[in-house]
Ligand binder design. Sequence first.
Ligand SMILES: [Zn+2]
Length: 456
Amino acid sequence: MAGTLNQYLDDNQERFVEQLKQWLAIPSISTLVENAEDVYEAAEWARNKLVFMGFTEVRTIPTNGHPLVYSEWRTDPKQPTLLIYGHYDVQPVDPVYEWESPPFEPEVRDGNLYARGASDDKGQVMLVLAALEAWLKVEGDLPVNVKILLEGEEEAGGSGVERFVTRNPGLLKADAALICDTSMFSAEQPSIINGLRGILYTEIEVTGPERDLHSGSYGGIAPNPIHALCVLISKLKGEDGVINIPELEEHIQEPDSEERAFLKNDPLNVEASLLTEMGVKQFVGEEAYSPLERLGLRPTLEVHGIRGGFVGDGAKTVIPSKALAKVSLRLPSELDPNEVFVWLDKAVKEHMPAGYNVKAVNLHGGRGISVDPENRYVRAAAASLKTVYGREPVFMREGGSIPIAALCNSVLKVPVVLMGFALPDDNIHAPNEKFSLEQFKSGMKVVAEFLGRIKL
Ligand SMILES: [Zn+2]
């Protein structure tokens, strides 16, 4: 049967690419107000595609922001239900002059499809839809019950999908969730994500004098908030990369020793490619942990920007009254970002030099997840990857956060299969985003195989 499904996918490959191109031509940039209608059009496109495939219950659900597209296929209540998530919105395109072909005029070059959203995430949603279509056209039915939820605010940090999931756990009840919105290790080496870190994003503001002062008149005696902020930051995380928030260490679980050894041995030589990707000669961070452990399992604290004082051309001898830093922490999945904020706030107050006021603000947070590789759905995904790629997949941690994955975990309480087909050089969120057509084709075969394997 897999043979017939694969035949259908091969025979219709060109049409799938053409359809994906149509979808990619709609500039559904969710963060830009002027593109709101395009985002809606991209949702409509997805809705029509589902209707064309034979889904009868397809709904566009309005939210406070961009709409959700929701659909169900019921085959047999005794079969498991798979919840499939994806997003149809895309990132902005600046700097647009760096694109070799216009971001919303999809173009194939050297076996890659170039366009904004090609791999994040329209191309990956499309390959799932193609796999579903193959089952429907070849078998006239899906092997399992399916619920599809597509959102249009993923790239804008919108809360529509979160509100919907939190309010409709009954509707979205499933046995597992499939998310195709991540990268694979390489085109030859398939991988599955077995963990995502959480995130806490904060602002730390330091206030000193009640107005800006002149350094000639007051320098030497006036408190300078920029200096104090730098001192504070270096106390929160020292030169050795160690974060001085003791509660973090107390609450982190000891990682699995097998995974730890895998990260330390680095059999795929990920470290070398990371150095190349970053364009640096050496890693920084905690000596006591291997670079991959620092990247995947350890908490991080990074400063993203500092605002204050004078940054224009030329000289101005101001002692600013205020300084602000944007600081985020990436967190192991067992930590609750809101609780971590309380610990951070305490450390900030403790380490703040005397003579200043300091205030930390919790801008947003999201929990991480960790996936049990022994789960039957994850095992089915691994077996499907092996069937198509001819190679056992490796399990990898991903540094970023995917809020919906955490919701599936915490609200819907279903195991999450994070099986993505993007490649590390796909330029996601950057100019010249692309998706390998070979990955596109293999991806649909993997998903078609996966659907068959999870049938009871
Ligand atoms: Zn994405």
